[in-house]
Design a protein around this ligand. Structure first.
Ligand SMILES: [Zn+2]
Ligand SMILES: [Zn+2]
Ligand SMILES: [Zn+2]
Length: 169
């Protein structure tokens, strides 16, 4: 396996950073993609995407429902799931199997196979795109098995949590 290089932009998710910038960049890409693909941007779709962008922690479907009702949306689980399915299908969000929860995509709209780094202490997630993760399969395995999608979840402890731990000891 080749070495995984972690870019600064990816590891920043675990540190204090200007999250307003993350939010704005993703929101802009979301709007642009919906416009280009002629996708209907309903208030509910926009709201759910916004919730998934809140911080870099994935949120579960029932948590989303809770937040929606607090904000005055009357949604039932099937409706929330339909919105999540839409966001995932269009490449705006991903499901994190480990948490059975969802997160906004860092590069919304493009088809890609993400690799996630997941901190088991703070539950934050950082997404690397295929290019950055360098986890590539050789041609032989590809001819034996046609890959339709690949989602890699790497579990560990981020630098911020690691430093906290050292201070405590
Ligand atoms: Zn951020
Ligand atoms: Zn993504
Ligand atoms: Zn952490």
């Amino acid at each position: 396996m080749k070495k995984i290089q972690i870019k600064k932009e990816v590891s920043k998710n675990f540190k204090k950073h200007n999250h307003k910038l993350c939010y704005e960049t993703s929101m802009k890409a979301f709007h642009k993609n919906c416009l280009e693909k002629n996708l209907k941007l309903t208030p509910l779709r926009l709201k759910v995407f916004e919730l998934l962008l809140k911080d870099h922690r994935p949120i579960g479907a029932y948590q989303i429902l809770d937040m929606l009702s607090k904000e005055g949306f009357s949604s039932t689980p099937p409706i929330a799931y339909r919105v999540l399915d839409f966001l995932i299908e269009q490449g705006f969000a991903h499901k994190i199997e480990r948490f059975n929860a969802f997160i906004a995509c860092s590069h919304p709209g493009s088809k890609h196979s993400p690799t996630f780094m997941i901190c088991r202490k703070c539950d934050k997630v950082a997404e690397m795109c295929e290019k950055d993760s360098r986890l590539k399969l050789d041609k032989k395995s590809l001819s034996e098995f046609q890959i339709e999608e690949s989602i890699i979840e790497i579990i560990g402890i981020c630098k911020s949590c690691n430093q906290l731990e050292t201070i405590k000891c």
